[in-house]
Design a protein. Structure first.
Length: 255
């Protein structure tokens, strides 16, 4: 397993000027369907701004006019393009990051590799593993009723370092509220923090059965363009949540 190199997977990052506002950065993330931007000053990359960093501060102290340069993170260091997939997964999990800059031997940025690219690359490897969703899913994802507030959802997401909340009625997932939903709905509209989740959740939720094979689930996630999905029992009741991070954690144990 894991014979590929990260240089094969890295993609050119979307960029945002370091003096752009966080609102402009959020709009770019939403329109480009990405969760990380490279902040540039002239031709120099000065850091990265992530969807998660924006959401964690969305309801606390984030002025929509804040320049991106005030929020950029300097990652723990780039990874060389010849690094193996197993080592890239290890570093991503240990750093609690979803994006790793890929550099050449001189340290020049070649691109970004994200949890999405790593998971996509694992589909073939998982074909030889007789494992279904039960082995990987989180059985206790964050669950809230649709009338609960956006503020409460953000509080739980920050506390659990989670990227989503499942909206549940009578044991069944009726919607999902993600970091992307939060950026789209709340940036520049703090008055919406007290609104119910039902106003901004995405639905219907993408679901798979508990006995779905993981390699098929990876391909399904790629087809649907989602990073997480609900795992359900035969009667439709929620059994758990499976995210790209959960797949990487399991793959790490196999390496």
């Amino acid at each position: 397993m894991f014979k590929r190199r990260v240089g094969e997977l890295a993609k050119r990052p979307h960029i945002v000027p370091a003096d752009a506002t966080v609102t402009q950065a959020a709009d770019l993330m939403i329109n480009a369907d990405v969760s990380c931007l490279a902040a540039v000053a002239g031709a120099k990359v000065v850091g990265f701004v992530t969807e998660r960093e924006l959401v964690r501060r969305l309801d606390v102290d984030l002025d929509p006019a804040t320049p991106v340069r005030e929020l950029v993170s300097r990652t723990s260091g780039g990874i060389l393009k010849d690094l193996g997939l197993d080592e890239a997964i290890r570093r991503m999990l240990e750093r609690h990051e979803r994006h790793l800059p890929v550099v050449d031997i001189s340290g020049s940025l070649l691109g970004l590799v994200t949890d999405k690219e790593l998971v996509d690359a694992l589909a073939v490897d998982f074909m030889v593993e007789n494992v279904d969703c039960r082995a990987l899913m989180r059985t206790e994802p964050i669950r809230l009723a649709p009338h609960r507030s956006v503020q409460l959802a953000l509080d739980h997401m920050r506390e659990k370092s989670a990227g989503s909340v499942l909206v549940v009625v009578d044991g069944k997932a009726t919607g999902i509220f993600t970091e992307r939903d939060a950026l789209r709905a709340i940036m520049g509209h703090p008055e919406r923090l007290t609104d119910p989740l039902s106003a901004y959740m995405s639905g219907p939720v993408v679901c798979v059965p508990v006995d779905a094979m993981v390699y098929k689930v990876i391909l399904f996630m790629r087809q649907k363009g989602v990073r997480r999905l609900a795992v359900v029992e035969p009667d439709g009741r929620l059994a758990g949540l499976l995210s790209q991070q959960d797949i990487l954690l399991y793959a790490r144990r196999l390496s």
